[in-house]
Design a protein around this ligand. Structure first.
Ligand code: ATP
Ligand code: MG
Length: 423
């Protein structure tokens, strides 16, 4: 019998349900991850007890999704979702079951799950229960729907994207019938909310195999959820760039958007970059992304075609300080990784990064906030507030970006006076 080392809290919850006369098991992703030798991110428990019965047995519980049978048990600051065995009713909208009903049958509960490798349960008493040959699919590295894939994807089209992201995460192949159903039911992805699509695509992009994004194109799912990808001829270039890039949400989404905007245009020039940045914003907004993701992608893409100085460039430091001014010191490493991912001049990026780190360590000024003189200092000296003052500060910053040693209070006051012919 395969033995899984359940965390103490999970054993406790299962044990307590069991002692009260109910069945209870760890279920789904956590069991799969343990068998694969990975540490599960969270533990889900499935039980024959009704939500009210679960709540009676534990001190601290939260009604997470009580209608669907889910109660979260809080133990030592951690939450564990405990869900009553259930059968999902019909899915008329391709998203949610019309109703769910509780059942006393574990088999029924497992039948509603998406893939064979997600449909195991385990407890210390009975070991692994594997109704759908998920263990051999795990061994053979196969993603296969539980039951009839056409029916499963018709019920909930999001499962199509889940198949892709699990394949990407574990480097698995998708079983033929499951793959064919994914292709023919792809149009039903139009029924799935942008937020759920975003979440699955994010997991796919941040997996070990972000290049599996090509499956979206091969299965013609891009038509529905990412139409810009249909027009990309250099999908291979996108995939290798993604695979080369660090596993970072901002970098990978920016790269994808770069290919879907500037990358669609072979004659893209620096002057067009703001236009591509706008297009990237549209794509990310459509997928309901947060502002930080949208703004970072737009900023990087706006600067994506900018020429970076070579090590031999006599003005390399000034150019890099200007770059950091435009991109932000905190972003510079991500930005350079983004650039390096789709270019072959690795050494140049490496050199730029080293230089940027030197500039940061030397605490050189690259933005107005770091300037040794601010607007208030100037008004105290009798300068009038207003637009001209802003321009004067910009010009001072401009000089400091060229010559960092100018960044002290006295020098800048003198320079301000010269620039404005005040004194
Ligand atoms: P992850 O490690 O990403 O959390 P997971 O397999 O645990 O992967 P969850 O989304 O946490 O995935 O879902 C937990 C379990 O619930 C799954 O293993 C699966 O059995 C079931 N499940 C989740 N979403 C669906 C769905 N859309 N259709 C059918 N079953 C699902
Ligand atoms: Mg999970």
């Amino acid at each position: 019998m395969v033995k899984i080392q359940l965390p103490e809290n999970v054993s406790y919850i299962i044990g307590r349900l069991h002692d009260a006369g109910y069945e209870a098991y760890a279920v789904g992703g956590c069991v799969r991850d343990c068998i694969l030798g990975n540490t599960p991110a969270d533990w889900d428990i499935t039980t024959s007890a009704y939500p009210e019965q679960v709540k009676e047995l534990f001190n601290r519980t939260i009604d997470t999704g009580i209608k669907h049978g889910t109660v979260t048990i809080m133990l030592h600051g951690e939450g564990y979702e405990v869900t009553t065995y259930r059968i999902d009713g019909d899915y008329h909208d391709g998203r949610h079951p019309d109703s769910v009903s509780f059942t006393a049958s574990l088999d029924e509960d497992l039948k509603r799950r998406d893939f064979t490798i997600n449909a195991f349960v385990y407890n210390n008493e009975n070991g692994i229960i594997d109704l759908f040959d998920g263990l051999s699919d795990l061994d053979n590295k196969i993603i296969r729907c539980v039951g009839n894939p056409m029916e499963r994807f018709t019920e909930d089209a999001l499962r199509i994207l889940r198949a892709l992201r699990f394949a990407a995460r574990f480097s698995f192949t998708i079983d033929k019938a499951t793959l064919e159903a994914a292709k023919s039911l792809g149009p039903r992805l139009a029924l799935v909310s942008a937020e759920r699509v975003q979440c699955e695509l994010d997991k796919l992009l941040l997996s070990d195999n972000p290049g599996f994004i090509r499956l979206l194109n091969e299965l013609e799912l891009d038509k529905i959820i990412l139409p810009e990808l249909c027009r990309l001829s250099d999908i291979q270039g996108l995939c290798s760039a993604l695979e080369k890039s660090p596993k970072d949400h901002y970098i990978r989404w920016t790269l994808l958007c770069y290919y879907l905007t500037a990358g669609l245009d072979k004659s893209a020039v620096e002057a067009d970059a703001p236009h591509y940045a706008d297009k990237a914003k549209q794509i990310l907004r459509r997928l309901k992304f947060d502002n930080k993701t949208i703004d970072t992608a737009a900023l990087f893409i706006k600067n994506s075609l900018r020429k970076l100085p070579s090590p031999a460039d006599a003005h390399i430091d000034t150019k890099l300080r200007r770059l950091m001014h435009d991109i932000g010191k905190d972003n510079i490493e991500s930005y350079l990784s983004f650039r390096a991912s789709f270019c072959n001049e690795d050494e140049n990026y490496e050199h730029c990064l080293i230089k940027c780190i030197e500039i940061i360590e030397a605490k050189q000024c690259t933005c107005l906030k770091e300037l040794a003189l601010n607007g208030r200092d100037l008004t105290a000296e009798g300068y009038a507030e207003g637009h001209a003052l802003g321009l004067l500060l910009e010009e001072l910053l401009n000089r400091v970006l060229e010559e960092p040693s100018l960044n002290n209070h006295e020098t800048l006051l003198t320079l301000a006076a010269e620039l404005s012919n005040k004194k």
